[in-house]
Design a protein around this ligand. Sequence first.
Ligand SMILES: NC(=O)c1ccc[n+]([C@@H]2O[C@H](COP(=O)([O-])OP(=O)(O)OC[C@H]3O[C@@H](n4cnc5c(N)ncnc54)[C@H](OP(=O)(O)O)[C@@H]3O)[C@@H](O)[C@H]2O)c1
Length: 253
Amino acid sequence: MLSVVLIGAGNVASHLFNAFKKSESIAISQWFNRSLDAITPYKNEVEITDDLTALKEADIYILAVSDDSIADVSDALPFNNRLVAHTSGSVSIHQLSKKLKRGVFYPLQTFTKGAELDFREVPICIECLEKENLQTLKSLSEGLGCKFYKINTEQRQTLHLSAVYVNNFVNQLYRIAHEISDAKNINFDILKPLIMETARKVQEMSPYMAQTGPAKRNDKKTIKRHLKQIENEEHKVIYELLTNSIKKTHGQR
Ligand SMILES: NC(=O)c1ccc[n+]([C@@H]2O[C@H](COP(=O)([O-])OP(=O)(O)OC[C@H]3O[C@@H](n4cnc5c(N)ncnc54)[C@H](OP(=O)(O)O)[C@@H]3O)[C@@H](O)[C@H]2O)c1
């Protein structure tokens, strides 16, 4: 059994808690959060604490706290030479306190508290400074039924950048589409099969091959009409920027 202390109680920590609980090879020794409110409902399932000095011994401490607080929280841990892994896509492993055995356990997925998710589908990017700790990070990933990838900080930061494009930016485009259709009393549900098919298609062909639409076809008439239809200036700028980017990619002018 691998013993884990979970630190933090936000989006990632909540999903990790549920996934750890389901695992037959992982035991959650304790759950820490600086405020007890978020973890009190779980007090009958796991030992909870808001006191860093009361942290129990464990094989690994998962630091699922905000990026900006990783360095400070790791400094404040009341022990040395134990394996502590943060869960961030963008924070360097070197931000963790030098007194610790440092690691990264980055689940590459979008997590929202309360949203359903099959954790076994989440790829885990692992990194550590001392080779001897690699096995613990691997075992933790395997205990969750996840695929893991040995990824260094630079690669992880590049993955995180790519993730911003495929998730945050795409989602912002959904939001704009939602606003545009809502303004004309059109149900956003009608667009959902298209959203699903767009995501499904890149599972089996490259994004380059999957592209369709007026910009790729260089359909000037339709592009002109769309630009006339768009009322919001910011939406217009985004439309033009992406249209030009698609045209350039597909050799149109
Ligand atoms: N959300 C995602 O989709 C996602 C995906 C992959 C990786 N990550 C990474 O996972 C980590 C956690 O993200 P999240 O989305 O779970 O964040 P979150 O929902 O905002 O939760 C942040 C957690 O950090 C705690 N915290 C913040 N400042 C603290 C401090 N100074 N001292 C102690 N605890 C502090 C918060 O405590 P309180 O409850 O008391 O405020 C809360 O438990 C981040 O490194 C993030 O980059 C996030």
